[in-house]
Design a protein. Structure first.
Length: 466
């Protein structure tokens, strides 16, 4: 374990003038972000940063951001910075926070940032392999992607991304900030706290894991546990049990069927195989778990088209990751590893055994062509900070359950873990989540928070239509 030492600047930003509040000629202009149906007024800008942080005179890339000014008449000096999730571009993808954190936005600016390699911050993409299930084709595609982008691809890691965020903070003139991170945004938030903790007033971390947890390797046992909890809830729920009295046996029969022979999806060339079924159930566990009993029943009883309409493209064996930064992170950072031996060991006896095996094979092939990224020594180790930290976890999250933040209070003595009952991934999607997070930012402390809503916020009736 390491201890965070307060300092004006940290890491590669030490020579950039961070913490001075200078705007570096930064210009903001009025903009509208979000979906056309729900436009959000903001001020947008771009900050030029070195693509290679160790070559400040080399190629520069833009870091795009949007500032939603506090709506109240007496705004506080600390804004809320949003760190977006895996594969997301913060400015457009997280514009919903204008509504979810509207209470906090009365007194605090809200700052959304496109992480380097996404959105308008020099998005870098890879062309999909000719056959995503062929490891040789995957390796070829990875090599071509790395060759086309060039050697600076290695600087699209979490560490460099959070240093970009701190450059934006300094350029906008903020001394202290509050941080909200969801999913991968929790990883970003923790790394930011470790490197730039002197500039953090408080940090709310939604549906993530501590830095020493190998998230992808633990997905299989975590998802199996979440599914077991869901099956037990359905059996206790009169309406669900009446509609699907043989849910466990239908699930077992369905897994055996797709293991022997994939099921064709009507009016499509796609088929449901064992990895595709596992992927669909994992995704539903995260975001739409109340549909799972019905989806299983529909497929098991031959109503495949209806099930496909509910589960969407997740029923098919997944494609290759498009965003290049995700490959660099997965090939570099311990938390994102997919070590074949660990994947096999932890997935044994779970419904995700075959999908985890394919996932490990794909990452191994990808990393044959993607360069290892820049990460400082000790990346992935736990650390200590006295900054107030709020963890929000879904009790049935298949990726980042409460167990993934076990021991957090030892590392963060001013922290609190709030578990949202029956919930999957992303607690801010519930009004309770927005309320608790906004209250936390107003108090600047996790002590004494009213979290009673977490016991019932995510209790959604099962879809029992036959």
């Amino acid at each position: 374990m390491r201890v965070v030492v307060a300092a004006a600047c940290a890491g590669v930003l030490a020579a950039s003038g961070c913490g001075t509040g200078r705007t570096s000629g930064l210009r903001l202009s009025s903009c509208t972000i979000g979906a056309p149906a729900k436009p959000v007024a903001a001020q947008c800008g771009d900050l030029a940063v070195p693509e290679n942080p160790f070559d400040t005179g080399g190629k520069q890339i833009p870091i795009h951001f949007a500032v939603l000014r506090a709506t109240g008449t007496n705004p506080k000096p600390d804004p809320i910075f949003d760190f977006a999730g895996w594969g997301s571009a913060g400015v457009e993808d997280d514009s919903y926070l204008a509504s979810a954190l509207s209470t906090a936005n009365v007194d605090h600016d809200l700052v959304l940032v496109d992480r380097r390699g996404t959105g308008r911050s020099n998005e870098l993409t890879c062309t999909e392999p000719s056959d995503p299930t062929d490891t040789a084709a995957v390796s070829v595609a990875a090599r071509r992607c790395a060759s086309r982008i060039g050697p600076n691809l290695r600087y699209y890691t979490t560490t460099v991304a959070v240093d970009d965020f701190d450059r934006v903070r300094a350029a906008l003139g903020y001394e202290k900030i509050d941080v909200y991170g969801e999913s991968y945004g929790v990883t970003l938030g923790l790394v930011y706290l470790e490197r730039h903790g002197s500039h953090v007033r408080s940090i709310a971390l939604d549906s993530g894991s501590l830095l020493d947890v190998h998230i992808f390797e633990r997905v299989a046992p975590n998802a199996q546990h979440a599914l077991d909890l869901l099956f037990a809830r359905c059996e206790r729920d009169a309406a669900c049990h009446d509609a699907f009295p043989h849910l466990r046996s239908e699930w077992s029969s369905l897994r055996a069927h797709v293991g022997r022979s994939p099921i064709s999806i009507p009016d499509s060339t796609a088929k449901i195989d064992e990895p595709g079924l596992a992927s669909a159930v994992e995704e539903l566990l995260a975001f739409d778990k109340w549909e799972i009993p019905r989806v299983i029943h529909l497929v098991a009883t031959g109503h495949v088209a209806q099930a496909a309409a509910l589960a969407g493209p997740n029923l098919e064996t997944g494609g290759w990751t498009r965003l290049a930064y995700m490959h660099v992170v997965e090939c570099t950072e311990p938390w994102a590893s997919r070590r074949p031996t660990e994947m096999t060991r932890l997935a044994a006896g779970t419904f995700m055994a075959s999908s985890q095996r394919l996932s490990a094979e794909e990452q191994t092939a990808t990393c044959e062509g993607i360069p290892r990224g820049y990460a400082p020594p000790g990346i992935g180790e736990r650390f200590h900070s006295s900054v107030p930290v709020l963890f929000l976890q879904g009790s049935e999250d298949p990726a980042d359950p409460p167990a993934n933040v076990a021991g957090a209070h030892h590392d963060f003595p001013n922290s609190r873990v709030v578990v949202v009952r029956n919930s999957g991934h992303g607690q801010i999607s519930w009004p309770c989540g927005g309320f608790v997070i906004s209250t936390f930012f107003e108090k600047g402390s996790a002590a004494g928070l009213d979290t009673t809503c977490a016991a019932s916020a995510a209790i959604v009736p099962f879809d029992t239509r036959r």
